[in-house]
Design a protein around this ligand. Structure first.
Ligand code: 6PG
Length: 245
């Protein structure tokens, strides 16, 4: 229901703020519901956050035995491929904390894309058996073209309302992708969209203050039905936003 902008001086401060939010939400979810479900973002922006979470300053404050890790999107590659979002998170975080394999729910990028999407959708349905999938936290990034997860401009995935996970991106990208759909992402309790760097400043302005055109700017689809969105941005990315934001 709510949306706020959390402006940080630079990527380091943005990453520390993201790690602190992660710890706080994990502690709260585990204390109140006995578990913490989080969907990770791919790309480069969140990597420093993942590394911070593997350090004692942050990681030691989380009961990892109660944490379940998911992904909002994945490249259709093997889990040991250099472009795998799973591999990136494992190397930065998951290999360094006490979390069982059964709590790591990766998208199977090695499957044929349609099969990978079907598998993940069915896994989500089975995991969240007591109701619709709802992550305590969903981390997202934003591309300089306004995409988020692997929801790219002018694609069928933007209109999907039947399946929570779809295959997409085969035509424009080096790899086909699996992605959660906007409506699946929007069931999350807290969505944090991390945006860093001057190169995204104009896009961030257009997304937040320009006309609503989600087919062109898919990140505009992110509006949780019963949750909050935090735009966690650094000064460089926020340089074209009004001071009042
Ligand atoms: C991916 C991400 C993608 C990413 C944005 C921003 O698989 O690449 O899910 O949506 O978040 O492209 O990427 P950077 O953080 O590298 O700028």
């Amino acid at each position: 229901m709510g949306q706020r902008i959390d402006r940080q001086p630079d990527l380091g401060a943005l990453s520390a703020a993201a790690a602190e939010m992660f710890v706080h939400l994990a502690q709260e979810a585990i204390a109140t519901r006995g578990r913490f479900t989080v969907a990770l973002a791919g790309g480069s922006t969140p990597r420093h956050t993942y590394k911070l979470l593997s350090t004692s300053a942050y990681g030691n404050r989380i009961d990892w035995s109660k944490v379940h890790i998911f992904w909002g999107d994945e490249r259709c590659v093997s889990p040991d491929h250099e472009d795998s979002n799973y591999k990136a998170a494992r190397e930065a975080l998951l290999a360094h904390v006490q979390i069982d394999e059964g709590q790591i729910h990766r998208m199977k990028g090695e499957l044929p894309p349609e099969d990978g999407a079907k598998h993940y959708g069915e896994m989500l349905q089975a995991f969240f058996s007591d109701g619709p999938p709802r992550f305590d936290l969903h981390l997202l990034g934003m591309g300089d073209d306004g995409h988020t997860a692997s929801l790219f401009p002018h694609t069928e995935a933007l209109k999907e309302t039947k399946h929570r996970v779809v295959a997409t991106g085969a035509d424009h990208h080096s790899h086909p992708r699996l992605t959660m759909t906007a409506w699946a992402i929007n069931t999350s309790a807290v969505i944090v969209i991390m945006v860093s760097g001057e190169g995204k400043a104009q896009m961030l302005h257009d997304v937040l203050h320009g006309p609503k055109k989600p087919d062109e700017l898919p990140v505009q689809l992110i509006a949780p039905t019963q949750g909050d969105v935090v735009w966690l941005v650094d000064d460089a990315a926020a340089s074209k936003l009004p001071e009042s934001d």
